[in-house]
Design a protein around this ligand. Structure first.
Ligand code: 3HC
Length: 334
């Protein structure tokens, strides 16, 4: 019904490959750089103890940090609905989901720290606007149905993008992604279930669900990044096996997955040009507005200022908690 069982199968396979890689033996290569290349070519994992080119390290820090920041900022649009969820059960589920996102941020900051940068430094870079987070979290959640659309479309896009990261060449990132993808899969199902309930409710509820899908469809397509021709990092990241597929390949995979799911929901994807292309064995679709993506990435989306102001406020208000935790840790170590 939900169509992501295949993706979960890929996560299982990636987990097995990670276990095999733990006993890796790449031999016969001389020199640090040759060894690095041999490990990547053999589809094994680079670990924190290994030598790696500076640019590989920087690319990973950039991507993992951006990913971690997205998880943390991503708590805001849904957090907005915790106190207004329509039932106690829905409230408990949403609360658990938002907490999961905080956990994902934690795994990812921890993975980034293995590259020699501290979590404090990364958070500081986010607060000073020197690092990015996903464009998608700069859109507002106007109705309860948006919580469903975020689960179905945003978490759905995140899974399609992130399942291949379970095979990323950097061990700590790949391992973090296994757990994240399993949880994201559950998140996607809860969103789908919310929309399914609304779509099969009263006319008013169905209209709410449709309106929400209309607003979230194109921003979700834009999450995959600029088209391949304009992607700065894809070619190098794919050569290093950090990324396994290009932005456009993953976007296509997402569209193909959503069409069937929308049919089961009884909702329409807001694209009059969406149709099956027999030759390509894939759906033709209208591209998102990439100028809008650029504007949102550069800070001019509907909610960028609000999101960052909230994050800065939460960081300042949490200073006493960090100080107390550090004082307690110091006391215990004595
Ligand atoms: N939002 C913000 N910035 C984006 C973006 C987006 N949707 N898509 C691309 N960009 C930025 C890139 O970071 C890069 O900027 P930089 O050079 O200043 O860092 C620039 O646009 C050019 O894009 P590229 O295609 O060259 O960048 P990448 O090769 O890094 O590909 C990516 C972009 C596909 C998003 C890749 O970084 C990626 O797979 N990241 C890991 C996954 C991730 O971060 N997901 C966040 C989604 S939300 C989430 O996970 C939370 C969940 O709970 C829903």
């Amino acid at each position: 019904m939900y169509g992501n069982d295949g993706l979960l199968g890929e996560v299982e396979a990636a987990e097995e490959a990670l276990r095999d890689a733990a006993g890796r033996q790449v031999s016969g290569s001389e020199g640090l750089e040759e060894y690095f290349t041999a490990v990547i070519e053999a589809d094994q994992k680079i670990e924190p103890r290994d030598w790696m080119p500076d640019s590989y390290r920087k690319t990973l820090i950039r991507q993992i940090a951006q990913h971690a920041h997205s998880e943390i900022i991503g708590m805001q649009p849904e957090g907005n609905w915790i106190s207004r969820a329509p039932s106690l059960k829905r409230k408990a589920i949403l609360l658990a989901k938002v907490q999961d996102e905080a956990g994902h941020g934690l795994y990812l900051y921890a993975a980034a720290e293995t590259l020699g940068v501290s979590r404090d430094e990364l958070v500081q870079m986010l607060l000073e606007g020197r690092q990015k987070y996903s464009s998608i979290f700069n859109y507002p959640t106007l109705t309860w149905a948006d919580v469903g659309a975020i689960g179905w479309l945003v978490d759905g896009a995140a899974i399609v993008n992130q399942v291949p990261l379970c095979r990323c060449s950097y061990g700590p990132y790949a391992r973090a992604m296994i757990r994240i993808c399993k949880e994201e899969s559950f998140h996607q199902r809860q969103g789908y279930e919310i929309l399914h309930t609304l779509a099969h409710g009263t006319d008013g509820q169905k209209a709410l669900a449709q309106d929400s899908v209309n607003r979230w469809w194109y921003p979700s397509l834009a999450m995959f990044g600029p088209p391949d021709a304009d992607s700065t990092h894809s070619a190098q990241s794919m050569a290093w096996k950090i990324k396994r597929f290009s932005n456009d390949e993953l976007r296509q995979r997402f569209v193909d997955m959503c069409v069937q799911q929308a049919e089961v929901l009884g909702l329409t994807l807001p694209d009059p040009d969406l149709r099956w292309n027999e030759e390509r064995q894939a759906y033709d679709y209208t591209q998102p507005d990439y100028d809008e993506l650029k504007r949102v990435i550069s800070g001019d989306g509907p909610c960028n200022r609000q999101r960052m102001a909230h994050r800065r406020g939460a960081h300042a208000e949490g200073a006493w908690v960090r100080e107390a935790a550090a004082a307690y840790a110091k006391k215990r170590s004595r």
